[in-house]
Design a protein around this ligand. Sequence first.
Ligand SMILES: NC(=O)c1ccc[n+]([C@@H]2O[C@H](COP(=O)([O-])OP(=O)(O)OC[C@H]3O[C@@H](n4cnc5c(N)ncnc54)[C@H](OP(=O)(O)O)[C@@H]3O)[C@@H](O)[C@H]2O)c1
Length: 322
Amino acid sequence: MRKRRLGSRGPELSVIGLGTWAIGGAGWQYSWGPQDDKDSIAAIHRALDLGITWIDTAAVYGLGHSEEVVGRAIAGRRSKILVATKCSRAWDPGSTAIVDRLSAHSVRKELEDSLRRLGTDYIDLYQIHWPRPEAAIEEGWGEIARAVTEGKVRFAGVSNFSVDNLRRIHAIHPVTSLQPPFNMLRRDAEKDLFPFCAQNGIGIVGYSPMQMGLLSGAFSRDRVARLDAEDNRRRNPYFTEPALSRNLALVDKLKPIARRNGRSMAELAIAWVLSKPEVTAAIVGGRRPDQVSETAPAADWVLSASEVAEIEALLAAREAMG
Ligand SMILES: NC(=O)c1ccc[n+]([C@@H]2O[C@H](COP(=O)([O-])OP(=O)(O)OC[C@H]3O[C@@H](n4cnc5c(N)ncnc54)[C@H](OP(=O)(O)O)[C@@H]3O)[C@@H](O)[C@H]2O)c1
């Protein structure tokens, strides 16, 4: 599997990282519905067996559950894997309400809780999940910088930050990486964030490369209607009309490009993300081993210039529809 360095300061990463939001399971605000932990662990093991070197999780995914499952899956192989997790979306004992916190005290508590759930004494990449409350980003970042000096965190990054947010914290401690949404339907990061990160040696790990599965080729209006009542995608604007029909029509037009290469639509969506030189890696979600087996080979699919141009024309036509 291809690898790239994470910006100018970070470690080498496989160009696909395994995303573990959905394996957080049921019973919280941003759930993807019920999930069998056995499938999750098998998916993680399949990813590692296929050459994926890193896993992205977050404290808030399943209110700690995703981190616990990752911890169980990597027990015994910790030193061979890079673990990325996130703080700032906190909750209190006995409550499922998610609260945005970036005080030094809260960041420290979240870090210690994540270390315990993951069964490790260091985090490879510790990220602020969202820049909220915005007034506290310097305080939260300062605490992460302290954890770096203590060796509890190897590299410090952020997610969902604007250029302005990045400037504010980069002056305090260098930012190793940014995790923005990036896929064929969500390209805002290209405008300001990609050039800023390139100029400042900040690596980019793009999330939701298949727009939460919508670009995997496995979706239809029927499948959306059958999503679990708890699955947060039911409320997602990309999965609701009028955008849903337009998005599915785009996927139908893209499928022949995948087919004539003997690849899946899921691979095409990921390969397109990886065709952007500013992107270090795509964080690809997977809930079962067969899904990981299908998406992992995208890491080695380099699209030709004419394929990229053909895709860009289809994306421009979709964009024009609003
Ligand atoms: N920092 C942030 O704010 C943030 C936000 C979003 C995501 N992320 C990170 O990025 C990761 C990836 O994003 P994501 O999970 O939103 O979306 P994604 O990678 O675009 O899609 C993942 C989902 O697509 C479906 N899928 C996977 N492989 C498939 C295949 N081969 N065929 C058909 N369907 C397949 C699975 O869901 P179903 O089987 O249920 O359809 C899977 O959970 C997350 O897990 C998380 O680690 C971070």
